[in-house]
Design a protein around this ligand. Structure first.
Ligand code: IVH
Length: 678
């Protein structure tokens, strides 16, 4: 039997598959379709099953293969895995540098390498003869657990390094669960009634501890390597930045936000900038790590109690905290939806003091098995409303009380109803309910709708309280006299509000539709409907079938729109606003057909300074563009602010136009959109 042929094909296939694995999982830039990849993979499986003697441990087919182990073996770390000293402010960071300087000579040059501190699990990878032979946890730093079969399921980790890599090579890094994967995992778990994961770090730790690697393989895990010079053959890199570059060259996953800094000022700026990006990253971080870049200085700086002096973790405020649930309130939203809200013992989390957290709906309350008096774990990231993650059951007091949905609306006393198959309970009071009237007015005046400046939360409350306004149409019947009679309202402010109301009468049809507050009709759907129907009469006349012909409008949205206008009060209000009150938009068909950015898809990434993301999005939607969250070949322009990462890189690769915020503001201005109004 001539075995030379399958051997050659096997080797070629493995190399090819490994190349595409790297492109897909590490570079995020596949060159072939999933189907083509699968075909290659199947061919390899095929060949290997007819030549089992040619199966090698570095074959791509061996990512999940090993039998479940009953327990993990011990691994001694040749070089102990250390932990990091930490600081939480710029003074402490400066004190750290001071200490480094004292231990070095005056003419030693100190420069740094800064990296995100990934919130995952530390893992050591050992490559012998450039083949991954062992993966281990940190354990107590001296002895860890052998988790090789589990780590082998992580698609980003190469089984084999290229020929120019040293041998043996130990690479260390953090295995983490990407946020998108974490959310998707929990969504699926909720659907199938399985246990959810509390946070991405627990997700990573739990997944690596699975006894059956087939289970680990189903968990979305990834890794960032952050060191590689502990054991590295005869390779003698000079700087940590060289190590990171080399690891990347060898196909190991490294975080591309790592950055060399000449001095401590640069490190301080890095730490700040990274914190600002924290919530836009697809991985949890709990700080930044600042490391002395020159590797020769490291042994001279030494370590104290398992913490090296040559590195420091700059810790960010924790986004998690535990506190006590004092009570549960029920809030009534614009469409009557009743939302249970947790009233918490105030606690400092994610940089602010939090005393409320959303509980979404009663299904969530029962899922959490939440009782009043419970100690709960809460999570708060960025501007997102704080969430209750779980109950710490061991701390449940004996007199903890059940959370009960009231049968009547806490605001208007109408019955609370829950439609069959719906999770959300609603107040049946409609616009008789003051809470619903209030939310509807707020929505109507909001930036994304008619954008009536000055008509905020407080004023809406006052207007409702004084009985001056019931429906959005009443706003346009306000006078200076009526307004100026309100508490803390002068003639000047009253005039300003009337002017803003007057200005809001010239708008776009999309904003008008959005302002009506039809359930399930957000900004984007409103814009599509506006382009499609052009006039209010046409929209009102459309039946469900016609509506469903519109892009992105499915049966539910269609039935909500028809249902909305079938209600006499709603239709009369829409007609009154457009007719009698005179809220108008340009109706020249041609012009609407060719909104300046019609047919274009824009992506916003990184942070914006001159405007909020919401306003930028509203401006684009007004101009006819679609705003998408990911970059593809259909993207027209990517607006990349500071901190833009993978989306920007993807756009560069695809040759898509990229502009910074200044360019974006200019473009908007040239299309007649002033940014402050945007
Ligand atoms: S350096 C002595 N770099 O943080 C060097 N560690 O508190 C220690 N970590 O156990 C590792 N991201 O699991 C380093 N970019 C990074 C890191 C990082 C996360 C973890 C690591 C370590 C812990 C130390």
């Amino acid at each position: 039997m001539d075995r030379s042929e399958p051997r050659t094909e096997l080797a070629a296939l493995r190399e090819e598959l490994d190349y595409h694995r790297h492109r897909y999982f590490v570079l995020d830039d596949p060159e072939i379709s999933d189907a083509e990849y699968d075909a290659l993979f199947d061919r390899l499986l095929d060949l290997e099953s007819s030549h089992p003697e040619l199966v090698t441990p570095d074959s791509p087919t061996q990512r999940v293969g090993a039998a479940p182990s009953s327990q993990f073996d011990e691994v001694r770390h040749d070089t102990p895995m250390l932990s990091l000293d930490k600081c939480t402010n710029a003074d402490e960071l400066a004190a750290w540098e001071e200490r480094c300087r004292r231990l070095l000579d005056p003419d030693d040059e100190l420069s740094y390498f800064c990296e995100p501190k990934i919130d995952g699990v530390a893992v050591s990878l050992l490559y012998t003869d450039r083949v991954l032979v062992r993966a281990a946890t940190r354990g107590d730093g001296e002895t860890g657990e052998d988790i090789t079969p589990n780590v082998r399921t992580i698609p980003e980790i190469p089984f084999r390094l290229p020929d120019d890599a040293p041998s043996p090579l130990e690479v260390r890094g953090e295995v983490y669960m990407p946020i998108t994967g974490f959310l998707a995992f929990n969504r699926r778990a909720l659907e199938s009634g399985e246990r959810t994961i509390v946070n991405p770090r627990n997700g990573a730790a739990g997944s690596l501890r699975q006894l059956d690697p087939a289970v680990t393989a189903k968990r979305p895990l990834a890794m960032f390597c952050y060191s590689g010079a502990e054991t590295a053959g005869d390779w003698q890199p000079r700087r940590h930045s060289d190590v990171m570059a080399a690891l990347g060259d060898w196909g190991l996953p490294v975080n591309h936000r790592g950055s060399r800094q000449e001095n401590l000022k640069g490190c301080g700026e890095y730490v700040e900038a990274l914190l600002a990006q924290r919530d836009s990253l697809n991985y949890a971080i709990d700080g930044a790590v600042v490391k002395v870049d020159d590797l020769a200085l490291r042994p001279r700086l030494g370590q104290v109690t398992r913490k090296p002096r040559w590195a420091i973790a700059y810790k960010y405020p924790s986004e998690e905290a535990s506190t006590v649930l004092l009570d549960v309130d029920f809030q009534v939203g614009r469409t009557g939806a009743i939302t249970p809200v947790a009233k918490l013992e105030p606690v400092f989390v994610g940089g602010v003091t939090v005393s409320n957290a959303t509980l979404h709906n009663m299904d969530e309350v029962s899922r959490l098995d939440l009782r009043i008096g419970d100690t709960v774990l809460i999570h708060r990231a960025g501007d997102v409303i704080p969430q209750v993650m779980k109950v710490i059951e061991s701390k449940r007091p004996r007199d903890a009380r059940a959370v009960l949905m009231p049968s009547e609306c806490p605001v208007c006393g109408s019955a609370i109803r829950k439609d069959e198959g719906e999770v959300v309970a609603r107040c049946s009071g409609g616009l008789r309910c003051r809470a619903q009237r209030k939310e509807r007015l707020r929505h109507f005046a909001s930036r994304q709708a008619l954008d009536i400046e000055g008509l905020g939360d407080k004023l809406v409350d006052q207007l409702l309280g004084e009985g001056l306004v019931g429906s959005p149409a009443d706003l346009y019947r306000l006078t200076v006299e009526k307004l100026a009679g309100l508490d803390r309202m002068g003639v000047k402010s009253a005039e300003n509000i009337l002017a803003a109301l007057d200005e809001s009468k010239q708008t776009t049809f999309a904003r008008f539709i959005h302002a009506l507050g039809i359930r399930e009709v957000g900004e984007t759907t409103a814009a599509t409907l506006a382009r499609e129907f052009k006039t209010l009469d046409a929209l009102i006349a459309a039946d469900e079938e016609t509506l469903q012909e519109v892009e992105d409008v499915g049966p539910i949205v269609a039935s909500r729109i028809v249902g909305f206008f079938a209600d006499e009060t709603n239709r009369a209000l829409a007609e009154e606003l457009h007719g009698e009150i005179g809220i108008a938009w340009e109706v020249v068909d041609e012009e609407l057909e060719t909104a300046p950015l019609d047919g274009q898809t824009w992506v916003l990434t990184g942070s914006l300074e001159a405007m909020t993301r919401n306003n930028a999005k509203a401006a684009l939607v007004d101009l006819g563009a679609k705003v998408a969250s990911s970059v593809s070949k259909n993207t027209t322009v990517v607006v990349a602010g500071p901190g833009a990462g993978s989306k920007r890189a993807r756009a560069e690769e695809l040759g898509i136009e990229i502009m910074d915020e200044a360019g974006f503001v200019q473009r908007l201005a040239s299309l007649g959109k002033a940014t402050d109004a945007a």
